[in-house]
Design a protein around this ligand. Structure first.
Ligand SMILES: NC(=O)c1ccc[n+]([C@@H]2O[C@H](COP(=O)([O-])OP(=O)(O)OC[C@H]3O[C@@H](n4cnc5c(N)ncnc54)[C@H](O)[C@@H]3O)[C@@H](O)[C@H]2O)c1
Length: 440
């Protein structure tokens, strides 16, 4: 099949590359010339395990192309994925300007039948907006070219995106048009050879499914974080509680970890957008999600609060080593990362910070360009130099089993603030550390 992917970010690049991997001819379009240049020169603009090799292989095979040419992109695919960003607008609702621009560009140049697929996370009703935008552009040109609009939200996780796309748990297709469903079935057949994972539903339900999934996951995290804070006060261990409740198959073990708050490009913005959709389009307050959001905003400051409780509210003259900047392990994505709040809290109290992250340092240097008092170390051990304590914010594998002797020797005081509950408290306390984790 010939496929155009509009928007070559985390979702667009992974989707386009995986679709090429199974034999399709794919053109990835982006309005950012720097991104396309990097890709054309054999690099990739993001860190995602396994992606670079897959991109190279498919470019070499002549199945994967990159372009900034809107007209070429609109002519190229029969299936046109829209995978542009939907960041939060001023009021928290999803900003739809990139989606509408992408739809208009299709309408401006298309000359034959298109299946237009919304892959971005978009509010309920977006398919109608896309349909109207394309129709309007066609009308301006005085043509009546047929097209279908499908909602096909993406569920990949950054850090495991290639694996998630190649072996999806489910593929949601929202569509009210038989012909487009046939295209989607054929497109996804190579990704579900063992059994059918495609769930076809009406468009609005598909759009809501994506928000419901992220809202549920965010709810589990905020729930566990709140219980962790309670466990600390009551002298219980949240890890034991997690095991105790996870063993119930109705609850399950996944996504029950407490920590220093969720971040990333999806949960914060999608929870916000769903609250906003409910308020504006349905006159409803989503009480559970409003609480999930405010619990998470507070949780991002738990590390800062613990550090001040230990070292005093005035941290002038104190210096901290910080491990982990990305919002989670295996990505360089820093959107809404907890590290942003922790660093701000420490600097605001007068401290200085030296940070290390295996992948996110270039992105951090870009995000924190104007921050004074923050420096970067070339590796995790170097970050410890002259530090009063260690603060762990991201659960990278290489932080799981550090050399505790070196750690103790390098820190001025042997204190670890662990925002991801990486260690066994008995073990590290036994080694002479003060260990301040979440709910332990
Ligand atoms: N990142 C994730 O883990 C993830 C997972 C599932 C769903 N999503 C959703 O997928 C969508 C994309 O997310 P992302 O993380 O890939 O975003 P991103 O910011 O990494 O990429 C979006 C890309 O779209 C490009 N773009 C914007 N307008 C364009 C236009 N008119 N034509 C062509 N390109 C254009 C931008 O330059 C950018 O490169 C969002 O709605 C997001 O919520 C993201």
């Amino acid at each position: 099949m010939k496929i155009t992917v509009i928007g070559t970010g985390y979702v667009g690049l992974v989707s386009g590359t995986c679709l090429a991997e199974v034999g399709n001819d794919v053109l990835c379009l982006d309005v950012d010339p720097a991104k396309i240049k990097t890709l054309e020169e054999g690099g990739i603009p993001i860190f995602e395990p396994g992606l670079q090799e897959m991109v190279r292989r498919n470019v070499a095979a002549g199945r994967l192309h990159f372009s900034t040419d809107l007209e070429r992109a609109a002519h190229f695919g029969t299936i046109m994925f829209i995978a542009v960003g939907t960041p939060p607008g001023e009021d928290g609702s999803a900003d739809m300007k990139y989606v509408t621009a992408a739809a208009r560009n299709i309408g401006k140049y298309m000359t034959d039948y298109k299946v237009i697929v919304d892959k971005s996370t978009v509010p309920v009703g977006t398919a109608d907006i896309v349909k109207a935008a394309v129709a309007e552009e066609l009308k301006k040109r005085g043509v009546d070219t047929p097209f279908s609009v499908v909602s096909n939200p993406e569920f990949l996780k950054e850090g495991a995106a290639v694996e998630d796309f190649m072996r999806p748990d489910r593929i949601i297709v929202g569509c009210d048009d038989e012909q487009a469903v046939l295209y989607m079935r054929a497109l996804y057949a190579p990704f579900q050879r063992k059994h059918d994972r495609l769930i076809v539903m009406d468009i609005r339900s598909a759009e809501l499914t994506k928000y419901a999934a992220n809202a549920m996951l965010a709810t589990r995290i905020s729930f566990m974080n709140e219980l962790a804070n309670l466990a600390e006060k009551l002298g219980a261990d949240i890890e034991s509680v997690r095991k105790g409740i996870g063993s119930d198959p109705r609850i399950g073990y996944d996504f029950l970890y407490s920590g220093a708050g969720y971040g990333g490009s999806c949960f914060p913005k999608d929870v916000k957008a769903l609250i906003k959709t409910a308020a504006v389009d349905a006159g409803m307050e989503l009480q559970v999600l409003t609480a999930v959001e405010s619990a998470n905003d507070a949780q991002k400051h738990v590390l800062g609060t613990k550090i001040k409780a230990r070292f005093g509210n005035d941290l002038a003259g104190k210096h901290f080593a910080l491990w982990g900047l990305a919002f989670k392990a295996n990505t360089d994505d820093m959107r809404e990362a907890t590290s942003r709040e922790v660093i701000k809290d420490l600097l605001a109290a007068g401290a200085t910070v030296t940070a290390f992250d295996p992948e996110a340092m270039p992105e951090a240097q870009h995000c924190f360009a104007d921050l004074k008092g923050l420096s970067y170390a070339p590796n995790q051990t170097a970050a410890l130099k002259n530090a009063d304590a260690l603060v762990i914010v991201t659960e990278w594998k290489e932080f799981r089993s550090p050399d505790f002797d070196t750690l103790k020797a390098k820190l001025k005081t042997p204190v670890i603030f662990d925002g991801r509950n990486m260690y066994d408290p008995k073990l590290v306390r036994g080694l002479g550390f003060e260990y301040l984790a979440i709910g332990r």
